[in-house]
Design a protein around this ligand. Structure first.
Ligand SMILES: [Zn+2]
Length: 520
């Protein structure tokens, strides 16, 4: 039997501490539902004592059915000099009705005497009273031992005494927290191993990423004997973030041969990471390990050649296992192998011997030398390949003319674009306004085309990037525009290059709409 690891998600509490992340009540509920479906074991919803929104979350959560996860509320050990049953913060935790209560307490003598200003024995009593009281109320209790590693390094006997107090009071998990994020993986291993040898309760690990070791330290903890790990989706968290569960989950399954979430959830990992980013309104990290867009991207002829033969030769796992996929990047480093793979990926049947293969390679190189870049513009590349494969197929539409103008009146300025497009025998002429020239042009083009192609109404522009390319001496600098569009299900990139930013943008927009019409 594979050894089990409990996955404890704190995206909604520790993750929500991150700068720029703000979850509404509805966001929190949506994320919790998704985490539950995915199969994490615990979802920490927040600290009911901190704000009404967290309290409301627990009221809502108590009414719902959770399939896999147990909901945890978060709070502190009782105040000094107050009986636990009279502590209003502890009452709030009970009122939250969550089946799990996570209690944070002090491990580091420095914090006990200097920050909390209580006697060492009083701190031990605060830990045990709180846990025992909650156990008597029938709760599952996770004890988060704050500053476990700094505390142990300073005063090992005292740190151990706090963990023992928690264990004796009945804590279900003693989670050692690396609160300041400054420890090395070797220190984590050593101290978790000590805890494991001295305690019988389940040991957990909670780490932060201040030195870039958030994930490494979490894994070191698991290797040293912990079987409960706390972290956040995409590593959100205060300062530089928490241990990233999106990396923890596949590491447990594919590298450690242990069981975390159900096996059937693993191919939905990328989707989960992206969903939480969307709700948090955070741009996906393209270089995110396992699930990022570039995680299985290959560039360079020989390398790509090898991938084609034996994927294992340059990939640590199959990308599909975590819902990702292999991408072949086209660049001026690329040989014919890259183009062939890319063409296949885009759904064209092309053999290396086909004369089109050479034509496409030559054309791509020519375009790249004049400023185009296809790495993030696979839709434009698909159109280029199609053009050569189908020997200049008939165009779905042509832009006959366009005009863009801008006017300012006092503070605000508005752009207006007019576009004339031809679709078969028909001509459509439309005007649109926008807060910028590209926005106006996009609006005008879309509404002109929507008359013949209603499906285009669903397409939206999600990103727009402009780069000025250095002009060769004596020539004007060129502008490269990269556009990302979506139909709500998939995203695609297109590119345009011109001395004029509007012309470059129009090219990219036209490609985007043409691709949208052809892709299904
Ligand atoms: Zn934390």
């Amino acid at each position: 039997m594979k050894q089990k690891v409990e996955i404890y998600d704190t995206t909604l509490r520790d993750g929500a501490q991150a700068e720029g992340i703000n979850f509404s009540l509805a966001d929190k509920l949506r994320i919790a539902e998704r985490l539950d479906q995915f199969g994490v074991h615990y979802i920490e919803g927040g600290w009911p004592g901190s704000n009404p929104k967290d309290l409301e979350f627990f009221q809502q959560a108590a009414k719902r059915k959770w399939k896999n996860a147990k909901i945890a509320s978060f709070g502190f050990t009782r105040k000094k000099g107050v009986a636990v049953e009279d502590d209003p913060q502890i009452r709030m935790l009970l009122d939250s009705k969550s089946p799990v209560v996570t209690i944070v307490g002090k491990t580091w003598l420095l914090h006990v005497t200097e920050v909390l200003r209580v006697k060492p024995d009083e701190n031990l009593a605060m830990i045990s009273d709180t846990i025992r009281f909650l156990k008597d109320q029938g709760k599952i209790v996770v004890y988060d031992a704050e500053h476990s590693f700094d505390g142990f390094k300073d005063e090992p006997e005292y740190a151990l005494a706090t963990w023992r107090a928690a264990e004796k009071a009945g804590a279900d998990v003693i989670c050692l927290c690396e609160t300041n994020g400054g420890a090395l993986p070797s220190e984590i291993s050593r101290i978790v191993a000590v805890a494991k040898s001295k305690l019988t309760a389940r040991i957990g690990i909670h780490t932060h990423n201040d030195c870039g070791f958030g994930l490494a330290n979490g894994i070191a903890g698991l290797e040293a004997g912990a079987d409960h790990i706390q972290g956040t989706i995409n590593g959100y968290g205060e300062r530089t973030g928490n241990c990233n569960l999106i990396s923890v989950i596949p590491t447990i399954a594919f590298k450690m041969n242990r069981v975390g979430v159900p096996e059937k959830s693993l191919p939905k990992l990328k989707e989960l990471a992206e969903f939480v980013d969307e709700v948090a309104n955070v741009r996906h990290d393209t270089r995110q390990p396992w699930v990022g867009q570039t995680a299985f991207a290959h560039k360079g002829g020989i390398h790509v050649h090898a991938i084609e033969r034996v994927a294992r030769s340059y990939e640590h796992i199959k990308p599909e296992l975590v819902g990702n996929h292999r991408r072949v990047l086209v660049s001026d480093m690329s040989g014919r192998t890259n183009i062939l793979l890319k063409a296949t990926e885009l759904g064209f049947k092309l053999t290396p011997e086909a004369p089109e293969a050479r034509t496409i390679t030559t054309k791509v190189k020519e375009m790249e030398s004049s400023g185009y870049e296809y790495e993030a513009a696979e839709a434009s590349l698909a159109l280029l390949i199609r053009g050569i494969m189908d020997h200049n197929p008939e165009l779905l539409f042509t832009v006959d003319s366009y005009h863009v103008s801008m006017r300012g009146d006092g503070g605000a300025s508005t752009c207006e674009a007019t576009v004339k497009v031809r679709v078969g025998e028909k001509t459509h002429h439309t005007v649109a306004e926008g807060d910028g020239p590209v926005n106006a042009l996009d609006g005008a083009l879309r509404s002109a085309l929507a008359k013949s192609f209603p499906a285009l109404k669903k397409i939206t522009l999600t990103d727009y990037k402009v780069r000025i390319l250095d002009g060769v001496a004596g020539t004007a600098a060129k502008t490269r525009v990269l556009i990302t569009s979506t139909d709500g299900k998939t995203e695609w990139g297109t590119v345009g290059v011109s001395e004029n930013i509007i012309t470059a943008s129009l090219q990219a927009l036209v490609d985007s709409m043409e691709y949208a019409l052809l892709k299904k």
